[in-house]
Design a binder for this molecule. Structure first.
Ligand code: SAH
Ligand code: SF4
Length: 370
């Protein structure tokens, strides 16, 4: 399909597939259009989310993930409440305005109560000035509601693969990794009133270009508020590692991710799209490239340095030797280079969420951004 035959305003499945495999001049046009739509709809601000990877203890066994339960080579860690609240205070001090609490998935009573306690404590210590995103996996309706009431405003739960068959191939069939459960969890989050985020890994073994096109259409049909999607990167202590020879080269996975981001920006002009950290594992400027092709969010890692090496979801995870302060400095310069500016002190809520669900509990237009 030639560029002139593609209606960029009304992308259907066939044109998405064509764009995912586009030749370079069409790719250039796609990237330019996505950047223009991003600037028109969300401005040239890039919002920061301070990422706190507070524990690598996980009850699940996803075949792709380096911190899966059965990986006995991993030294497990769990930050103390003080370490977490100090990281949150650091984010406020740096004017990030938002944090993400991420960990392996646990569903024990003590874990649920701990998150609840942390949410309240962080809001109290930061005078309610931070937007808090959770990314701690599948939980019950009651748990999601409880955390929402305690001040979690956003939730990230990647569908990983919208194709049920593909999902089955990358997870064990043990009753704990069901596609339908994940989908239901996303629906619960949306219904409760969270700004809901999802995403997929790009370049997985067994994944086709049509799967990726369907992933994008899934996000659109679901009317998702935020997306974080990045390249799949193999980890040597995981079951999927044996399929490494069937994978696209890393630079192709990077390219495909940038195209996915650009197409998604055209399909959903008002959502927040994160430039995933995994992009940086492939190319030092990978995230910055994503900021030029439609992404508008970046998640600097503010986990205390000594724990970073143990939160390795994939090989070559970047920034593991740095301290949070280093990340802020290097990012400021890099973002200016992309023609964007940092939306410091601004919550940067998803405009899609505002558009669709302005009556929603978690969005109060009377609350001014800090
Ligand atoms: N336990 C939570 C959150 C932490 S994992 C959850 O699973 O939802 C966060 C994300 O890391 C996952 O959603 C997955 O998409 C991504 N991830 C895991 N292993 C990866 C790998 N090998 N390459 C790229 N991304 C990976
Ligand atoms: Fe656990 Fe999340 Fe990794 Fe799956 S992807 S093993 S749930 S940390």
């Amino acid at each position: 399909m030639k560029g002139e035959e593609i209606d960029f305003q009304q992308l259907d499945r066939n044109s998405i597939i064509a764009l995912l495999g586009a030749h370079s001049s069409l790719e250039k046009e796609l990237f330019q259009k996505a950047d223009a739509v991003k600037k028109r709809e969300t401005g040239n601000k890039v919002y920061f989310r301070g990422l706190i990877e507070f524990s690598n203890i996980c009850g699940k066994d996803c075949y792709y993930c380096g911190i899966r339960k059965s990986n006995t080579f991993v030294e497990r860690f769990n930050l103390t409440d003080d370490e977490i609240t100090n990281a949150a205070k650091f984010a406020l001090h740096e004017n990030y305005a938002s944090i993400v609490l991420q960990s392996g998935e646990l569903t024990s009573k003590s874990f649920i109560l701990r998150i609840d306690r942390l949410l309240k404590k962080i809001h109290q210590l930061t005078s309610g000035k931070l937007r808090i995103t959770l990314s701690v996996g599948e939980q019950t309706d009651d748990t999601y509601k409880r955390w929402f009431d305690s001040g979690a405003h956003r939730y990230l739960l990647r569908i990983e693969a919208s194709n049920n068959e593909l999902y089955r191939k990358i997870h064990p069939w043990d009753g704990k990794h069901q596609h339908l459960t994940r989908l239901k969890a996303l629906e619960l989050l949306k219904k409760i009133g969270y700004q809901t985020g999802t995403g997929v890994m790009i370049g997985l073994p067994f994944q086709t270009i049509s799967d990726l096109a369907d992933d994008l259409l899934f996000m659109k049909n679901f009317e998702i508020d935020m997306v974080g999607m990045g390249p799949y990167i193999e980890h040597h202590h995981t079951p999927l590692f044996e399929f490494r020879y069937s994978l696209l080269p890393l630079n192709e996975r990077l390219k495909l991710t940038l195209r996915m981001i650009a197409i998604l920006r055209l399909l959903m002009p008002k959502i927040n799209i994160a430039a995933a950290t995994a992009l940086q594992a492939i190319d030092k400027m990978g995230r910055e490239k994503a900021l030029k092709t439609g992404a508008n969010v970046i998640m600097p890692n503010i986990t205390p340095g000594k724990y970073r090496n143990n939160y390795k979801l994939y090989d070559n995870k970047p920034c593991t030797d740095e301290n949070p302060e280093d990340c802020t400095n290097c990012l400021e310069t890099r973002i200016a280079m992309t023609g964007n500016e940092i939306g410091l002190g601004d919550w940067g809520d998803s405009l899609q969420f505002y558009k669709n669900r302005s009556s929603n509990k978690s969005f109060d237009p009377n609350i001014k951004n800090i």
